[in-house]
Structures are given as C-alpha cells and as structure tokens.
Ligand binder design. Structure first.
Ligand code: BES
Ligand code: MN
Ligand code: ZN
Length: 535
C-alpha cells in the first residue's frame, strides 16, 4: 500500500528518491521547479532541451541522477505535451507513466510536482494520485513463480502544492485515494476468473465491504427472486449451476441532501457464454468481465460512503452466469418480467438487458429513486461505434445525459450520446409478447438495447451507460494496465458529488449562488415496500 501525502514546503529541499517534474513541449524557457533544478544541475536540463534530446512530448520520461547537487537523488522529467492542452487527464496519464518508471528502477518514494502545473489544485492532486496508484495496479495473485525482482510497491507518494492550496490539495488527495482503492477493487473483481468471481463471491465481497462502512446489505437468492417475480433475471440464471443473487446496497447518511435516493444498477454477469445462442470460442474468456457494470456501482457506493457524501444512494447488482444447459432459456421462450411486461427471448446472448430489466424495475418500485443510472457491458455494437475511447450514453433525460457527459470529460471517463428516437422502439416489438430482446432489423444494436431497458424505467430520470468497449483494455495504457479498467467508479462518484451540490432539477442555472441547501431527509419511506432478503 502506497502512503500518500500533501507537501506544502519547498519540494526542492525535500529528500526523496525521485523528484517528478513536468516538462512542456515547445517552451523556450524553463520555469518553476524545473528552472530551479536546472540551475542546481548547472544548466544541464536546458541544454538537453535546447539540443532537442528531450522535447516534453507526452509519454516521454527522463531519469537524471542529481549526484548530490539536490536533496533529491534523482529527477524524473515527465513530458506533458503542450501547456495549453494540460488537463487533469494528461496529469493522470503522465503520473501513470512516471509510476512505471519508478517501479522499473526500484525507487520507493517520490515527490510529484506535476500538480503544480495545473491551476485547479484539487483536481490536479486527485489526478496525480489516481494516475500513480492506478498505474501501479497489478493483478498477479495467480502467478505461482515469483517475479525476478521482488514485488515492488511505491512506499510514499508526496504531492507538492502551493502553501495556500493545502486544503484543496488534501481534498483532492482523499478523493484520489478513495477512488483508486475502490477502482482497484472493481478491477480485481473483473480480473478474477469466473470460477472465482461467482455471484456468491461478489455478494460476499459486497457484504464485507458494506459491513466496514455505513452501508446496509441485502441479497436475494433464486427462490426468493422467483417468488417476487423477477422472472427475467431468474430465466437467465436457470441455465447455470452457480446460484444467482440480487445484491442491494444502501448508503443512507444522517442528513442526505436528496429526498429520494439515487439508484445505481450494474450488470453483474459473471460469465457470458451466450447461453443456447452460444458465443464463438475466440476471446470468450473475456466474458468473465461481463460483471464490470456491477463492479462499477459497487466501487461507487463504497467511494460515496468513504467520502461521506451527504447523498442517499442505493446500488442494485443482478448477479448470475449465462450458460447453456437443459434448463437454460431457449430462443422463442417468453418470460414475464417483474413489472409485468412479457419478453420474447430471440437471442439468449442478449441476456444483460433481461437481468437489468428486473433489477431496474425492482429498484425503482422499491426505492422510488430521484434518478437512476445503469451501467452495463451491454452490446458489442458500442465497441464498433466508439471503440475504447468512450462509453455509449443513452437515456430519457437530456439534462442528466449532458451532466454525465460533462463530468466524464472532466474526470477522463468519457461518453458519447446516442439517440433514442421513437422509431427505434418499433425494432423491439414482438409478434407474440410485449417486446423482444433483440432488434428484428435495422441495426443500431446499442440503441435497441437501451430502448429495451427504457420499458423498465418509465418516467424516472434515467441514464444508461454502455461500457462494453471501455471496461477492459488488451494492451496497457499509462494508468490502465492490461485487463479490467474498473471503468465508471470515477465518473459515478463525481456525478454523485456533483448532484449533492446541484440537484438535477436546479442544474441548468449555473449563475445561481452555489449554496448547499440541506433538505430534510424523507421522514417515512412512503410507499416503499420493506424488502426482506434471503441469505
Ligand atoms: N456481454 C455482451 C456484450 C459485449 C460484447 C461485451 C463484447 C463486451 C464485449 C452481451 O451480453 C451480448 O452478448 N450482446 C450481444 C447482443 C446481441 C445478441 C443483440 C451483442 O452485442 O452481440
Ligand atoms: Mn450476451
Ligand atoms: Zn453479456
């Protein structure tokens, strides 16, 4: 575990293994900490820049020993690209790159000056902490043989900020630590093989994490789900020998700013074989990550509790495998979902929308949320449309969609909107039931997936995030090592934080004073049925 701290004293006077310094592209003269370092080294850095040995392009790193000319033993110059393009995301990437260099060189502590380059101290410090901690993330628990060098950990990361920015720095540090820790948990769940990360194991993990915080935990087993009428979820689970679960977590602070909870729903499909509509075997192993939506909402509610945000949040995770067997759903089968709608199952591989249908309507009917966000590795089509650079954003509420998009831009988990025109709903009409689970014609797979989900949210303000293209990476990136990304934790945590300051309805008026209005918590749970769990 890396210890993180804020440094307000002069970083140049700090004894450390490595001082991490920003270098911008195409800047004639050095400035700030870099200039001080250059002078101490007798102008060596400015000479290298002048001779174009180093250029400051993003991704570039240069490790220079100081030979006793500075208290720091080494300088690590990190290219940040052009100064005018600087963003928290470029700091996150640069910090991830820096962290891998430190690891390779076995340097066990550092002082990062990267955050000094950005005027928004809280966001910059958060980015440096996330970039570093997420960049060092390693999933090697199943390797029997020891690595050549012993497993390395950065013992201390100190992040330098200006003396008057201490409070902002500490706030960013806390957010960065909390989000990184819970993102790592989400990554772990996604990286574990499906024979380990079963619905049972995920439920146990959620229960243990909830117990350590002010979060209540409920889980429903198959029999209970059947009695309650969540037949779309139970139908998918029928083909599998692994017991399915519906996991519900609730974080209810003493004085929440929201009258009704925010509802998060995450697809927790622990292995998607496709079922009777079996997937091809090539790359099927990646479908252990089909629970990434659930991991995202879990990581988020844990972060909200760790940060003590004054927001009432409920997270619902429908957890099951999708397997072929004698008891599995068959193409042509019809199931009646929890909200009473009948679904004709055309393709058993379109299982995510089935389990989400019940999780969404169960969550909405039980908790009467102010709004709902669902997160799911739902369609291969979103990978075709947006690749790994953005998640698909759909929903029934423009202001909420805009808000999610703006926050995604800000925190480096971007999304892009797709339309839900009425005409798309024609594509999922069934001849024998109310709706069918795949489009009959006309393509637009990501949209018809969302159109299907719309049948289970009705009027509640709702956003659907299709993360099928962004949930895992097959070649490492600066702060995303190969494997599960833990996507969504940062976006959703920041969304909830933003909603705690600016409730949805009042959002568009940015000229209004940003005063926090503490509303009274709901006195009675209202029409809410009191759920009783099993297991
Ligand atoms: N889990 C998959 C979607 C997916 C595909 C996630 C690729 C990550 C990478 C989902 O359950 C699925 O199989 N979707 C089908 C839907 C189709 C049958 C309508 C798809 O996208 O092919
Ligand atoms: Mn599928
Ligand atoms: Zn799936």
């Amino acid at each position: 575990m890396t210890k993180t701290e804020i440094l307000v004293s002069d970083p140049m006077k700090k004894k450390t293994s490595a001082l991490v310094l920003p270098l911008f592209e195409e800047e004639g003269a050095l400035s700030g900490a870099l200039l001080t370092a250059d002078r101490a080294l007798g102008g060596e850095i400015s000479r290298m820049v002048k001779d174009k040995e180093i250029r400051g392009v993003s991704g570039e790193t240069t490790l220079l020993p100081t030979y006793g000319k500075l208290p720091a033993r080494n300088l690590l110059l990190v290219g940040l690209g052009k100064r005018e393009k600087l963003s928290p995301e470029s700091l996150r990437k640069a910090s991830g790159t820096a962290a891998s260099v430190l690891r390779k060189r076995n340097l066990s502590d550092c002082v990062s000056c990267l955050s000094l380059a950005c005027p928004d101290t809280a966001a910059a410090v958060e980015a440096v902490v996330e970039g570093t901690l997420l960049g060092l993330y390693d999933f090697d628990g199943y390797k029997t043989l020891k690595k050549e060098s012993p497993s390395y950990a950065l013992a201390t990361l100190a992040v330098a900020v200006g003396a008057k920015d201490r409070a902002a720095g500490e706030a960013g540090l806390l957010r960065g630590e909390v989000i990184s820790k819970n993102t790592a948990l989400a990554r772990d769940l996604g990286n574990h093989p499906a024979n380990v990360a079963t619905p049972t194991m995920i439920a146990r993990t959620a229960a243990e994490e909830a117990r350590r915080r002010k979060i209540s935990y409920l889980s429903y087993d198959r029999d209970k789900l059947e009695r309650m009428g969540l037949n779309a979820l139970v139908g998918v689970a029928k083909g599998s020998d692994e017991p399915a679960r519906l996991i519900v977590l609730e974080y209810r602070p003493a004085r929440p700013v929201n009258k009704a909870p925010l509802l998060l729903v995450g697809k927790t499909l622990t292995f998607d074989s496709g079922g009777i509509s079996l997937k091809p075997s090539d790359k099927m192993e990646l479908m252990k990550g089909d629970m990434s939506g659930g991991a995202a909402v879990l990581g988020t509610i844990l972060s909200v509790a760790d940060l003590g945000l004054p927001v009432h949040v409920v997270a619902v995770m429908p957890a099951t495998e999708n397997m072929p067997s004698g008891r599995a759903n068959k193409p042509g089968d019809v199931v009646r979902a929890y909200n009473g709608k009948t679904i004709e199952i055309i393709n058993t591989d379109a299982e995510g929308r089935l389990i989400l249908a019940d999780a969404l309507s169960f969550g909405i009917r039980t908790y009467h949320p102010e709004l709902v966000v669902d997160v799911a590795t739902l369609t291969g089509a979103v990978v075709v449309a947006l690749g790994g650079q953005a998640m698909g954003i759909l929903g029934n509420n423009e202001p909420l969609i805009d808000r999610v998009r703006a926050i995604g831009d800000r925190v480096g988990e971007r999304g892009w909107p797709l339309p839900l025109f009425e005409e798309y709903f024609e594509q999922i009409k069934s001849d024998v039931a109310d709706i069918r689970n795949t489009g009959s014609k006309g393509g637009a797979g990501t949209i018809t997936g969302a159109a299907f989900l719309h049948h289970f949210v009705d009027e509640t303000p709702w956003v659907h995030l299709d993360i099928a293209g962004t949930a895992w990476v097959d070649s490492g990136e600066p702060y995303k090592p190969k494997g599960n990304v833990g996507i969504g934790v940062r976006l959703l945590t920041h969304l909830i934080e933003d909603l705690s300051r600016n409730p949805l309805a009042k959002a568009p008026d940015s000229s209004a004073p940003k005063k926090r209005v503490a509303r009274k918590p709901a006195a009675t749970p209202g029409r809410r049925r009191s759920p009783r769990s099993t297991g």
